[in-house]
Write a protein that binds this ligand. Structure first.
Ligand code: COA
Length: 332
């Protein structure tokens, strides 16, 4: 029997502390005007010092479970997308498992930077064969503030912390199917335009590395911008073509929230009107793997989606990695 996958619930979490552009003006040589016009960002959320990625992910997961009407014991698979794990190992999924008490789950993490949630959901769907795994918790959670160089104005204004979650459940009835399709891709040739140089086996963090801030994110802004627009437009057009879905049928474009200029360029290439493109980068900034599940949860909780509506997600990140998926909301 063919198996399908439905979205049973969504959840999200934003840390309490808000860092505005005006706060940043006091930290680096920048201005609210520069940040707004170049990025569309007005503020971002910053996790507390003792708040790790799994703490944020666990709250988002609990909210998603509540919407799904499930208990943590119902979950048999946890996949966490993050590039800011609590520690190198154990994987952040294990910490979330422990925190929410999902004792029947198998947990692991995937690392695909800002495309992480699209990757993790696709892995979950492929594992939800209904025999081994029935209910997956997919989380995108990032404490980007922990890898940002707070003295580098060209990067520190862009990022924020957040977590989003989605419960995916194997079902037999096609009418409940939420996962229409996905396309993923990577190109390691561009690995040096957006990366963290140190902290891994290539460059363990000794005193010299820390002095040079090799534990912090590095980025070639303009090259990333160009690649992001081209790649995200291409993969979403390809996916629509592959699934035979027309732009007009898409209720919401849910793009990775990196920069309003990138989002608008993609939207224009796809000829989608502004009111069908979800934007929260102004309030949240770029929270990497968390942007897409947070955006979807906001759409759902704001009541801006109806049964049968299609969402086109598209993401791009360091690697390079990219991915797009078409989701259908099938809950009443
Ligand atoms: N405040 C004020 N000035 C700043 C600044 C800041 N926060 N950051 C950079 N500048 C300065 C630069 O030093 C440069 O000054 P100069 O002309 O005197 O050398 C000038 O602004 C222009 O810098 P540039 O890098 O050309 O700006 P830009 O128009 O490309 O915008 C980004 C910079 C980072 C906003 C833009 O390249 C971008 O959004 N790239 C994609 C980033 C991204 O989304 N990454 C994550 C992808 S998942």
């Amino acid at each position: 029997m063919q198996n399908y996958v439905r979205i049973a619930g969504t959840g999200s979490y934003l840390p309490e502390k808000i860092l505005t552009n005006f706060d940043l003006e006091k930290m680096v040589e920048t201005s609210d005007e520069w940040i707004r016009t170049r990025t569309g960002i007005a503020q971002r959320h910053i996790a507390a010092k003792d708040e790790a990625t799994s703490d944020m992910g666990a709250v988002a997961a609990t909210n998603a479970l509540e919407m799904a009407g499930m208990t943590p014991e119902d979950i048999d698979l946890i996949i966490v997308a993050t590039i800011t794990p609590d520690v190198p190992f154990p994987n952040t999924g294990c910490y979330i498992q422990k925190k929410i008490g999902a004792k029947n789950a198998t947990a692991f993490s995937v690392e695909a930077a800002c495309s992480g949630f699209v990757f993790a959901s696709d892995v979950a769907v492929s594992m939800l064969d209904g025999k081994r795994y029935k209910r997956a918790l997919v989380v995108g959670a990032e404490k980007m503030s922990s890898i940002v160089d707070w003295e580098d104005r060209s990067t520190c204004v862009l990022f924020g912390d957040a977590a989003g979650a989605m419960i995916l459940e194997a079902v037999e009835n096609e009418e409940e199917n939420s996962y229409i399709g996905a396309q993923l891709g990577t190109d390691g040739n561009f690995s040096d335009i957006l990366y963290v140089p140190g902290g891994g086996s290539r460059m363990p963090l000794d005193e010299i590395a820390l002095n040079e801030k090799l534990n912090c994110l590095r980025m070639s802004g303009q090259e990333v911008f160009k690649q992001a627009v081209n790649t995200m437009s291409r993969v979403s057009v390809d996916l629509l073509g592959q699934t035979g879905i027309d732009f007009d049928q898409v209720r919401w474009l849910v793009p990775h929230q990196a920069n309003i200029r990138i989002i608008n360029a993609i939207r224009k290439k796809l000829r989608l009107p502004e009111e069908r493109c979800y934007v929260n980068v102004d309030r949240i900034g770029n929270s990497s793997a968390a942007t897409i599940p947070v955006a979807i949860d906001e759409i759902v909780r704001n009541g801006d989606i109806q049964k049968g509506d299609l969402l086109l997600t598209v993401a791009f990140g360091g690697g390079l990695t990219w991915g797009s998926s078409i989701l259908r909301w099938t809950k009443d």
